[in-house]
Design a protein around this ligand. Structure first.
Ligand code: GLU
Length: 271
């Protein structure tokens, strides 16, 4: 049984890029005779905008895209995330971290400007009397204990074989943030597992999160969905369209025109 999902963050209404991901996931579910679920990813509360969830659901409905099951809100899932963190802690795979962003940058010095910040592992062996701020996954420990080979290799239905050296390129990533909020990686994995998601179809900008999510699935004993990452819609500046760079809200005065535009990005026939 195919179960797919579209999982927008309610940080604003859908834009042309998010409609592409929505349409791709819906179309793939329909093609497989499967279910399509909508999940509102509202864990990052400082970035959420009141009412954006309703706007997104309304925009989807205008396009004829309706969840096959009641919409799941991540804000209702605290207990499940806490349970997952407790499980990881009990296995010795998650640890508290006292570092501020500045502490991490101080250790990394110049490097951080040219590459993504990889946590240097300062608190892996204890907090040395400092108060815990965040919780991190001990990536090397999980890889070692589960005898997983590195670098991580995985198949994307569109991008083909992908590799990422989790320990070197990503490091011990955050599960619960210093501000007490659940990190996207933990929430998405717990919920994909809870909802029995078999296929993830989402924008290509999220592709490099996949090995982190696959590792967490293994650590939590969850099955791994099949992944496909769809093309991004680029703005005039060649940057990905996002709510952050002020991508315009979708013009849905003519829903079929908007859907045809999204279908064109995906190389699907227009209707
Ligand atoms: N909520 C994430 C976003 O809007 C997408 C999560 C996912 O599809 O895995 O960027």
């Amino acid at each position: 049984m195919y179960i797919g999902r579209f999982a927008p963050s309610p940080t604003g209404p859908l834009h042309a890029g998010s409609l592409v991901a929505a349409l791709a996931s819906w179309q793939d579910a329909r093609q497989h005779g499967g279910q399509w679920l909508v999940r509102i990813e509202d864990v990052d509360t400082p970035r959420c905008i009141a009412g954006a969830d309703k706007d997104i659901l309304q925009q989807l409905a205008t396009c004829g895209l309706q969840s096959d099951a009641p919409v799941l809100y991540q804000s209702s899932r605290n207990l499940a995330y806490q349970h997952a963190l407790d499980t990881l802690v009990a296995k010795g795979w998650a640890y508290p971290c006292a570092c501020s962003r500045k502490d991490i940058e101080d250790v990394q010095g110049e490097r951080v400007r040219h590459s993504a910040a990889v946590y240097p592992g300062t608190c892996r062996d204890g907090l040395k009397g400092k108060p815990a701020r965040a919780w991190r996954l001990n990536v090397s420990q999980v890889l070692h204990d589960l005898k997983l080979s590195t670098p991580w290799q995985w198949q994307d239905r569109r991008l083909g074989t992908q590799t990422q050296d989790l320990a070197q390129e990503v490091g011990d990533f955050v599960l619960k943030r210093a501000d007490g909020l659940w990190a996207y990686q933990l929430a998405v994995v717990v919920d994909d597992g809870f909802q029995g998601i078999t296929h993830v179809v989402r924008g290509e900008d999220l592709a490099d999160n996949t090995p982190r999510q696959m590792l967490l699935q293994q650590a939590l004993g969850l099955s791994t969905p099949i992944y496909m990452h769809t093309p991004l819609v680029l703005g005039e500046d060649g940057e990905k369209l996002s709510k952050q760079n002020g991508a315009q809200a979708l013009d849905l005065s003519d829903p079929s025109a908007a859907l045809n535009q999204a279908a064109w990005v995906l190389g699907l026939p227009r209707r």
